[in-house]
Design a protein around this ligand. Structure first.
Ligand code: NAD
Length: 255
């Protein structure tokens, strides 16, 4: 028996990194998964390698109509929607003095507005399906504490922390069978970390050495550390967990 048997999940940003790992783990735990990402080539490859329990859908999370089509496709392929993992995200290593208007707009559109669109449309779909449903949103340690080097990212991830709680309250107050939580990863080695290292003018080894120092546990995270958090929050094991901010961060925010 899998921890996610009979669940149908959309996972955004699942063509690499934490999202890919989450999609693979969800399928292993019995879920049917929609790999929803802009990257068609990698997304299709991953869906194919998972097998009949996975499909790819080309989703741009900043496009409301595209989200509607994604949810319709999920119902067409797997009959329902129980779980949404709002994982897609981007980051710029830019402080308030150097963030361009374009970088600000793009960060807010993908990391914040995309999550609003996904949550609103998923709740509309889930509220009538009569099953236990769950939404988990990717925030960050930078949605709990600030870092000057990630100005727009902090703005969006901080918003996700409270958007999550407001949506969780709405679902509770209206007695909907939908739980909503956020996940706050510390530094996780994914393609995003490689990109961040590049923006910081470092090799991944130099980058890891520098940022391990900020994690009192003494090491950085791996995608599985976060994926297991999503499995827990999406399973019925967590049926009393809603409106929470789950930090998976090697003590980063405990200081
Ligand atoms: P990643 O860059 O490795 O993967 C992100 C995925 O999102 C990619 O497949 C990309 O194609 C997709 N994506 C980007 N824009 C999109 C859009 N508009 N529509 C649909 N898909 C889009 O990132 P990751 O490191 O796996 O991070 C995943 C999430 O976790 C992000 O929200 C990130 O902010 C958050 N997070 C990551 C870390 C970390 O250290 N890696 C730390 C804290 C939070």
């Amino acid at each position: 028996m899998g921890r996610l048997d009979n669940k149908v999940a959309i996972i955004t940003g699942a063509a690499q990194g934490i999202g890919e790992c989450t999609a693979r783990l969800f399928a292993k735990e019995g879920a049917k998964v929609i790999i929803a990402d802009l990257n068609e080539e990698k997304g299709r490859e991953i869906a194919q390698s998972i097998g009949p329990d996975a499909r790819f859908f080309k989703l741009n999370v900043t496009d409301y109509e595209n989200w509607k089509a994604c949810i319709a496709y999920t119902k067409q392929e797997f009959g329902k929607l129980n779980v949404l993992i709002n994982n897609a995200g981007i980051s710029y290593r830019k402080d308030i003095a150097t963030t361009s208007v374009e970088e600000w707009d793009r960060t807010i559109a993908i990391n914040q507005t995309g999550i609003f669109y996904g949550m609103q449309l998923a709740i509309e779909e889930m509220r009538t399906n009569g099953e236990k449903c769950s939404i988990a949103n990717a925030s960050s340690i930078e949605g709990l504490v600030a870092e000057s080097a990630f100005f727009a990212y902090c703005a969006a991830k901080g918003a996700v922390t409270l958007m999550t709680k407001a949506a969780a309250l709405y679902c509770g107050e209206n007695r909907l069978s939908i739980r909503v939580n956020s996940v706050h990863p510390g530094y996780i080695i994914t393609p995003m970390a490689y990109d961040d290292a590049r923006q910081n003018g470092q090799t991944i080894e130099e980058y890891s050495k520098e940022f391990i120092g900020k994690h009192p546990i003494g090491y950085l995270g791996k995608p599985e550390d976060i994926a297991y958090g999503y499995v827990y929050l999406s399973s019925d094991e967590a049926e009393f967990v809603s409106g929470t901010s789950l930090a998976i961060d090697g003590c980063y925010t405990a200081q």
